[in-house]
Design a protein around this ligand. Structure first.
Ligand code: SDX
Length: 376
């Protein structure tokens, strides 16, 4: 590739090799370490998938018990980080609060700059273990409520829902949320994962890399889309608008319909297909089929008029909403799950590191000489 060939947004560029996840954009397939996402969504818990991403194989029962024990031991939040959450202005963007709190975790981790594989595995465990508590504490503090401690033996999915409202989630809610965490855990070199690897490739630290990744995920073209999808569905509902006309107006005014399109998938995102069925079930269970009906009307319109398929963010929005989750937490929840992928990619990057530094085609002016300022 000579200097003049710019590839916009690095589309189609293979930047590095990875054993973590594979996406077949034509077939609409996603695989983590050789396991198809449908198989994992059906038959593995989030903690099993975390172990798979970090270690390369699904855990035995004793390996899973050890991981769960490590996560329990590591999850207590440093008091100053809770204070940062207390002081965050109500107007602050939820992902800016999460980015700040995760970055602050690094200030109180005396291994923050230790770069041995063992120290990085411990930091990966601490980061993943603490993220649910940070999000739940933030959600409660901004409502004027005190944070709730997690229950000792419960799963991450159970404890996240429990820490939000102090009630035991039903087994169906726990299973649905656990599946959502499995579905969001990793996804090749998406913008936030690539960001984490670029930062890690300079041999900077895990907290810097994950904070940067959260910054990338915040954007509405990436993880921020699920919050925008819910804003659209709520707007349609509150206005009593016809979803077909609503989205046709967006398309006519060249606006992007959030939750649709993807840089890699050229057919439906398999995660969206899995969540579409969950939304249908949840909407029937909760007698709230309007969310499924709006979604399918929008899906059919965007597909027929723009040829675009939904991505994971389109159906995750109504899944979380029907579970009673605050839309402001939708992208932080995405970050919770993707912390498993980000840290797995960092461990992989550091196992065989090379600085990530592409080139730019220079298209600026040339051959200029300085004129003294009083003559400019
Ligand atoms: C995630 O990369 C990942 O893997 C991300 C992710 C993960 O797990 O990490 O899968 C999670 O981020 C999913 C994507 C969430 N984002 C959104 O839903 C935002 C809306 N989507 C688009 O902005 C867009 O589809 C992107 C950003 C996802 C991908 O954009 P590309 O590949 O850069 O495509 P593009 O912007 O060049 O669009 C190509 C054409 C354009 O039309 P023309 O200008 O050529 O006529 O498709 C149109 C775009 O206008 N288009 C859309 C659209 N997405 C693309 N038109 C309307 N609505 C949309 N959503």
């Amino acid at each position: 590739q000579n200097e003049s060939e710019e590839v916009r947004g690095l589309e189609g560029v293979i930047a590095l090799s990875s054993e973590l996840s594979s996406i077949d954009g034509e077939a609409g397939q996603l695989v983590y370490r050789g396991y198809d996402i449908h198989d994992l969504a059906e038959n593995a818990s989030f903690e099993e998938v975390v172990y798979l991403l970090w270690h390369g194989d699904l855990p035995t029962q004793s390996q899973l018990d050890a991981l769960k024990s490590d996560l329990r031991t590591a999850r207590e939040l440093p008091a100053p980080v809770i204070d940062i959450l207390r002081q965050a202005p109500d107007s602050a963007h939820p992902m800016a609060v999460l980015r700040t709190a995760i970055s602050a975790l690094g200030l109180y981790d005396d291994e923050a700059d230790a770069d041995s594989p063992e120290a990085n595995r411990r930091k990966a465990t601490r980061l993943l273990a603490r993220t649910p508590g940070i999000i739940a504490a933030y959600a409660r503090l901004r409502n004027g409520d005190e944070p709730i401690d997690p229950l000792d033996e419960a799963s991450m999915a159970y404890n996240f829902l429990y820490m939000l409202n102090g009630e035991a989630p039903g087994s169906a809610a726990e299973a649905t949320f656990d599946t959502c965490l499995v579905l969001h855990a990793d996804h090749g070199l998406n913008a936030s994962t690539f960001t984490s690897r670029v930062i890690g490739s300079t041999l900077s630290d895990m907290y810097s890399a994950v904070s940067g990744a959260i910054g990338a995920l915040k954007g509405p073209l990436h993880g921020g889309a699920n919050r925008e999808v819910m804003r659209m569905l709520l707007d349609i509902d509150q206005k009593g608008a016809d979803p077909v006309e609503y989205v046709q107006e967006k398309l006519a005014s060249k606006e992007r319909v959030m939750g649709f399109g993807h840089r890699v998938y050229r057919t439906m995102d398999p995660r969206a297909a899995i969540l579409r069925d969950r939304v249908q079930e949840l909407s029937e269970e909760r007698n709230a089929t309007k969310w499924y009906d709006y979604s399918m009307a929008i899906l059919n319109t965007v597909k027929s008029e723009k040829g675009l398929d939904p991505n994971v963010d389109f159906f995750s929005a109504s899944t979380y909403y029907m579970m009673g989750l605050d839309p402001d937490l939708f992208t932080p929840i995405f970050a919770l799950s993707r912390s498993a992928g980000w840290t797995a990619h960092l461990l992989e990057q550091w196992a065989d590191n090379r600085l990530i530094r592409p080139r730019a085609a220079y298209v600026g002016k040339t051959g200029r000489t300085v004129t003294p300022i009083d003559a400019r």
